[in-house]
Design a protein around this ligand. Sequence first.
Ligand SMILES: Nc1ncnc2c1ncn2[C@@H]1O[C@H](COP(=O)(O)OP(=O)(O)O)[C@@H](O)[C@H]1O
Ligand SMILES: [Mg+2]
Length: 255
Amino acid sequence: MTPLCEVSALRVQYRRGKEVVRAVDEVSFEVGRGETVGLVGESGSGKSSLGRALLRLEPIHSGRVLFEGADVAGLHGPALKAFRKRAQILFQDPYGSLNPRITVGRTIEEVLIVHRWAGDRAARVAELLELVGLPGSSARRYPHEFSGGQRQRVAMARALAVEPVFLVADEALSALDVSVQAQILRLLIELKEKLGLAYLFISHDLAVVRSIADRILVMREGRILESAPTDRLYESPSHEYTRTLLAAVPDPFRK
Ligand SMILES: Nc1ncnc2c1ncn2[C@@H]1O[C@H](COP(=O)(O)OP(=O)(O)O)[C@@H](O)[C@H]1O
Ligand SMILES: [Mg+2]
């Protein structure tokens, strides 16, 4: 079976004045259906650039991203629209991506409208909110009425509205208090099991990644330094850099 997402020799670069910043440099890996791949590395190592390029939110300089067998760089029209449903992103700061002037119900409903969801939209909104552990009645409330963790739940409900199979979670827990991080992490794990989602779970925090990822990629300066099943990476990291990352974090989520 073709992997859900197949990345080969991907390069993403930016121009900064005369200089070219190679944020992602010849990166290759796969994400299987229902699999969670953790992506770790220091700030500036290229994690977000990689995650965004997979979703075509950043231009692919060279190399290839296949999603369900199709080259994402070549998608347009209905195929691009279908891809935009199948693959979603969850950001660190949902406050920045939720419109403060409209209710969260309306925010979620807009996604259903854009993607021409056929059915009772209000019922679907309530169902989505309940799926992420919020009361259906919270549809009437505005983003500022929610806590940080609740806003991340709303962002998750919005992402799930169009029934994606792949989610890039980019530092989705990083802005939250540790106790709230654990709750949202549990929710993400529960949802992936329930819905069969695959994640590219990006975090600078290896402790968080450990409890969700099946496999981990360690990124440094635009390259994948190491890739291993989660337990193996923690038990016997091959690189000094990985050992340093591992040593740097306390681990409240250890399984
Ligand atoms: N839009 C941009 N323009 C120029 N440089 C960028 C841009 N986005 C990221 N970079 C640079 O690319 C590198 C990787 O950044 P990023 O992908 O955000 O890493 P990470 O998510 O691991 O912190 C950094 O050197 C960063 O400064
Ligand atoms: Mg980042």
